[in-house]
Design a protein around this ligand. Structure first.
Ligand code: AAM
Length: 329
């Protein structure tokens, strides 16, 4: 049986803080990014707005790479809690959009709902084969840092960023303000309700359900998946049954510490895509080599999936960007 690709979306009001995320053309627009990402991934066109998510500089969403390279896979959208609901079929977990973590992320009951719903969904998916779980949540590298710290890991300044200039000082300040209300280490539900967001808990809970149901899981993402793996572990998940897939761009990011975080959380199997976009004829893709974007919407898994089949990803991604009219020299 082949892989099933699950994309978990949600929002956090952390992404509204100016300068914290470039996973959208403006801070307000970041709340549309998850919906547009999955609408585009499933249909080839965004629906809620007529715009594929881009950074303020016009660099395209990683969903372009994932769409170009995973046409052979079934995909399932899971909404863990989004301000803007996507206009495509989706599983709604019953969570809520994440608040600004300096004031508290969500009511405890909402976190419990996400955890229970995610686990139940994972159990249903387990017989389908290997379940690959990706994410889209702008501001997610900041909430990932806060979640790891709340669980007791020393994650200060070690998560990555959608930007080549990781705004670490701003992120650390926001997380420090959020952490001032709590005393780590906390359990998974309390950590998420206080300083987390709906997506990381949903990823962890779905993974837990899949593994409990006898399936296999790949967490598809960057340093945010260290937070998801840490929540999975805190919920009682077996670390031997978990793998992570990501990009070279994340592993090589000197502003973060992907491999160190994964080691400390106890992730043993890591798949890393090798592809370079340095020679691309599309400017937006060459920017990935300068540290823009790096991960998201399971891009690293999608590249690795193509590589393991012996497919050169770049021409496929360029053709998709061309189709969108966004391959500028
Ligand atoms: C998701 N959609 C994106 C994107 N991501 N569209 C454009 N660029 C991205 N980087 P940060 O914490 O800096 O906001 O980074 C996390 C976000 O970047 C997530 O939404 C992730 O999926 C990716």
């Amino acid at each position: 049986m082949g892989d099933v690709l699950v994309i978990v979306i949600g929002t956090t009001d952390v992404s509204l803080i100016p300068g914290i995320s470039i996973a959208g053309p403006s801070p307000e627009a970041t709340h549309y990014t998850p919906a547009l990402d999955v609408e585009y991934l499933l249909t080839g066109r965004p629906k809620t707005l007529d715009a594929v998510p881009v950074t303020p500089d016009g660099i395209p969403t990683p969903a372009v790479v994932t769409r170009a390279l995973t046409r052979d896979l079934p995909k399932l959208v899971v909404d863990a809690g989004s301000r803007i609901p996507p206009r495509v079929p989706r599983v709604v977990l019953g969570g809520v959009p994440g608040g600004d973590i300096r004031q508290g992320a969500m009511p405890r009951e909402a976190a419990e709902e996400i955890a229970a719903g995610g686990r139940l969904l994972g159990r249903q998916l387990a017989p389908l084969g290997r379940v690959v779980i990706g994410e889209s949540i702008p501001g997610g590298t900041t909430t990932a840092m806060a979640i790891l710290l709340a669980l007791g890991y020393n994650a200060w300044g070690r998560t990555s960023s959608s930007s080549p200039d990781n705004p670490k000082e701003l992120k650390i300040k926001v997380v420090r303000d959020a952490l001032a209300r709590i005393s780590p280490p906390l359990d998974a539900i309390t950590a998420v309700a206080e300083v987390g967001d709906p997506v990381h808990l949903a990823v962890a809970s779905i993974a837990l359900g899949v593994v409990e149901g006898g399936g296999e899981v790949i967490l598809a993402g960057g340093t945010q998946m260290a937070a998801a793996a840490a929540l999975y572990k805190a919920l009682g998940g077996d670390m031997e049954r978990l793998a992570v897939a990501t990009t070279r761009w994340i592993v090589e990011d000197k502003s973060a510490d992907f491999l160190g975080l994964m080691r400390e959380v106890g992730v043993r199997r890591i798949y890393i895509s090798k592809t370079s976009f340095a020679t691309s004829r599309c400017r937006g893709l060459r920017a990935y080599e300068r540290g823009y974007v790096k991960e998201g919407v399971a891009m690293g898994y999608a590249l690795w999936h193509a590589e393991t089949k012996g497919v050169d990803p770049l021409p496929h991604v360029e053709a998709e960007l061309e189709r969108l009219g966004s391959c500028f020299a």
